[in-house]
Ligand binder design. Structure first.
Ligand SMILES: NC(=O)c1ccc[n+]([C@@H]2O[C@H](COP(=O)([O-])OP(=O)(O)OC[C@H]3O[C@@H](n4cnc5c(N)ncnc54)[C@H](OP(=O)(O)O)[C@@H]3O)[C@@H](O)[C@H]2O)c1
Length: 318
């Protein structure tokens, strides 16, 4: 029985995902280029708390001049800005990530009619091997699960917040990632009658020998950073050696995780998996902006001289 194929117009699913990641990255860059929008809608977590108080939201005297209320339009903006949710709701991202990974894992294993519809609309191009598909799915599930466990075990009560649109974007990002990691292998899935049986044991390719250690190393570093941050009183200038070099080593690790996935998911003859690469662009832009804000906030709170020589996120580059 063949499933009905909905008409998605001129765009296929991988293009829709790629364009969405790039649009999200451009939107965040645009918002960050305008100080009044940046402080209202982009800054979140510790950076949005007062530099004078130990915890709690930023009082008005701490905000940039453009942020003090002067007109009805600013009052409307204030209302929208005040739609905040706890920073701790990052946990939901990883719940969504793990559930979506499980959902698509089941679709793939049982080759359901939903999977066939998605694969038939995924777009043509070079495909991935079944071994690559299995590895990509597994690593995304591992990443979501690790962050979920860390968020549960290390999470502490905090008054810090994020704008509700961040929360929606985060949920959508992780839902999209659970498809992005395998969508370039749609043709392989369509050809296979039993995906699990088509997984074979072979010698690792060069791409696996580069990408897998990168993924594992970056995951370990990120775990160390989160364990260390969770051990600090709110808020303290991080003193761990890796934080001496970079203000946000956990953001560098996150970007390396997506870089390793882009390498591991590269189709035969390509260097990168295009769909995962666009996700990496989004992640890197997003985190670079937050790393910059973190550095500014640390300088204002703990003194310029203690922070100015630290890189934001990438040693010797940024
Ligand atoms: N894939 C993506 O697009 C994306 C986007 C954003 C983040 N992430 C990843 O998600 C993870 C969390 O990101 P995040 O932006 O939430 O990190 P973050 O702002 O550095 O916060 C992480 C945790 O550490 C605490 N913390 C941070 N700085 C501290 C300090 N100086 N003293 C004491 N506690 C401190 C925070 O407390 P509070 O809760 O009190 O703020 C929070 O609990 C990171 O690994 C990041 O790479 C991914």
């Amino acid at each position: 029985m063949t499933a009905a194929v909905p008409d998605l117009g001129p765009l296929d699913i991988r293009q829709i995902i790629q364009i969405s990641f790039l649009l999200a990255a451009s939107t965040i860059l645009f918002f960050s280029s305008l100080p009044s929008l940046k402080s209202r809608f982009v800054t979140y977590g510790s950076r949005a708390t007062s530099v004078n108080n130990t915890e709690g939201p930023r009082p008005e005297h701490d905000l940039p001049k453009s942020h003090t209320r002067s007109s009805w339009s600013e009052a409307v903006l204030d209302c929208v800005t005040n739609l905040q949710v706890p920073h701790g709701w990052f946990l939901h991202f990883y719940v969504v990530s793990v559930l979506c990974s499980l959902f698509w894992g089941i679709q793939i294993i049982f080759r359901t009619s939903l999977l066939v519809v998605v694969c038939e609309n995924a777009g043509a191009g070079r495909t991935l091997s079944m071994n690559q598909l299995a590895l990509m799915w597994t690593l995304m599930a591992v990443q979501g699960l690790r962050r979920l466990v860390e968020s549960i075990l290390l999470g502490k009560s905090s008054a810090s917040k994020m704008w509700f649109v961040h929360w929606i974007l985060g949920v959508l990002f992780y839902a999209a990632m659970s498809i992005a990691v395998w969508i370039e292998g749609a043709e392989t899935l369509l050809r296979s009658q039993s995906p699990l049986k088509d997984i074979t044991i072979t010698a690792p390719s060069i791409r696996t020998m580069i990408g897998l250690p990168l993924f594992l190393l970056a995951s370990g570093i990120q775990n160390d950073c989160h364990t260390y941050l969770a051990s600090l009183p709110k808020y303290t200038l991080p003193d761990h050696p890796i934080f001496h070099t970079m203000v946000c080593p956990h953001y560098a690790a996150e970007s390396i995780i997506y870089l390793s996935l882009a390498i591991l998911g590269a189709p035969e003859g390509a260097w990168m998996n295009r769909t995962v690469f666009t996700a990496l662009v989004f992640v890197a832009c997003n985190l670079a902006i937050t790393a910059s804000t973190t550095k500014e906030w640390y300088m204002a709170k703990f003194g310029r001289e203690k922070v100015e020589y630290r890189w934001k996120m990438i040693p010797f580059v940024f």
